[in-house]
Design a protein around this ligand. Structure first.
Ligand SMILES: [Mg+2]
Length: 379
């Protein structure tokens, strides 16, 4: 079996209204899609989250990675991963190139599961059929009243059936942020899980610790990205001085980066994103590492794939889920976006592979650039 065609698609999808976190405000999100077709007539589709750098990831894919797929059997996923990763280490290892590699790996697993005529989680060996999720939100909406809007938003999550909520912190003064956290705890009551996310905004451990002390009484399930991910020692210092469980890893790359956090036990949760950390193949290796130290996994974003992996790995304690399409507008390019169940969980699609039904008209509408590589011709 051979790969015959690879199509790369860069899409840019505007947000209904700008959303901001501690250090940044976005008006649109970009994604890279890669479609890998084989001479079996099957197409696997992979993707990665790019925020604003779809073009850079597309260049990495078109110029460096896709040419290495010539002559390859799409079933040889581990062989292809090693080839793409180790032959690009000078340019790669992290960032856009690893995102592009992740998308290719996801496309190959989607292809493999479709070839096997089963959903990905069944192919990988399922341990369960659904995974708990939380409503991710509590952003800073520009020009809108901070407290009123937050209260309305969180009440909406409770009406939808969520039993866990995550909110942003780290943009305002700590005293203001503590008031926001108290407001959300008051709205959701004592039995709903509450997480906070600073998006790496604290560079000063003591300032971060000050916020921890102010919100510890509100029963925080985890504090996500309190510090820059590369600030390993800061996490250890924080862990030793707060009772709030710590989480990080949404921008983490490969098993080697995650093992630092897992080995030193500074985190209670790691948050690998399969569309950025190296694909399904690398995500599963990171999950194995986490399981050896009793570290939980709370994967970042793209639940379309993480629900499949969470049904395999029991280490996944909770999935991120955005309500509506104002943050995860990727849902606009599929016909079957997932909805939270009445139990506050997500269930994988029943279709083969990832089970995503792509909305080709929407992809065309948001397409910035596309390249078709007829690689079988070059063999
Ligand atoms: Mg986050």
């Amino acid at each position: 079996m051979k790969i015959t065609r690879v199509t790369t698609q860069w899409v840019r999808i505007p947000l209904e209204r700008p959303v901001g976190w501690s250090i940044k405000t976005l008006t649109h999100r970009e994604h890279l899609l890669v479609r890998i077709q084989s001479d079996e007539g099957i197409e696997g589709v992979g993707f990665c989250l790019q925020d604003v750098s779809g073009g850079a990831a597309k260049a990495a894919m078109d110029e460096l990675l896709v040419p290495m797929l010539v002559g390859e059997d799409p079933r040889d996923i581990a062989k292809i991963w090693d080839k793409l990763y180790f032959q690009t280490v000078r340019a790669g290892r992290r960032g856009n190139l690893l995102h592009a590699l992740s998308a290719i790996d996801i496309a190959l697993w989607d292809h493999q599961a479709k070839l096997s005529k089963m959903p990905l989680y069944k192919l990988l060996g399922a341990s369960r059929e659904e995974v708990p999720c939380y409503a991710s939100g509590g952003y800073y909406y520009e020009g809108l009243e901070v407290f009123t809007k937050l209260q309305e938003e969180v009440e909406g999550y409770m009406d939808k059936g969520f039993n866990a909520v995550k909110m942003k912190v780290g943009r305002l003064a700590n005293a203001q942020e503590a008031k926001r956290v108290k407001l959300v705890r008051d709205v959701i009551g004592p039995d709903v899980k509450l997480m906070i996310d600073a998006n790496q905004s604290f560079l000063d451990v003591n300032a971060c610790l000050d916020l921890c002390k102010r919100v510890e009484e509100y029963d925080i399930t985890f504090f996500e990205e309190p510090l820059p991910m590369d600030f390993f020692e800061g996490y250890i210092r924080l862990k030793n001085q707060t009772s709030i469980p710590l989480a990080t890893g949404e921008i983490g790359a490969t098993r080697w980066e995650f093992q630092q956090f897992i080995k030193d036990r500074s985190l209670n949760y790691v948050q690998p994103d399969a569309t950025q950390c190296g694909g399904v193949s690398e995500w599963m290796k990171i999950a194995s590492l986490a399981s050896t130290q009793g570290v939980s996994i709370a994967p970042h974003y793209h639940w379309d794939i993480h629900v499949q992996l969470g049904c395999v790995s029991r280490e996944v304690s909770i999935l991120e889920k955005f309500n509506g399409t104002n943050v995860k507008n990727f849902d606009l390019i599929m016909h079957n976006p997932m909805e939270v169940t009445s139990r506050g969980t997500l269930k994988p699609h029943e279709g083969d592979g990832l089970g995503i039904e792509w909305n080709e008209n929407a992809i065309k509408k948001y397409l910035v650039d596309e390249k078709v590589h007829d690689i079988a011709v070059k063999v």
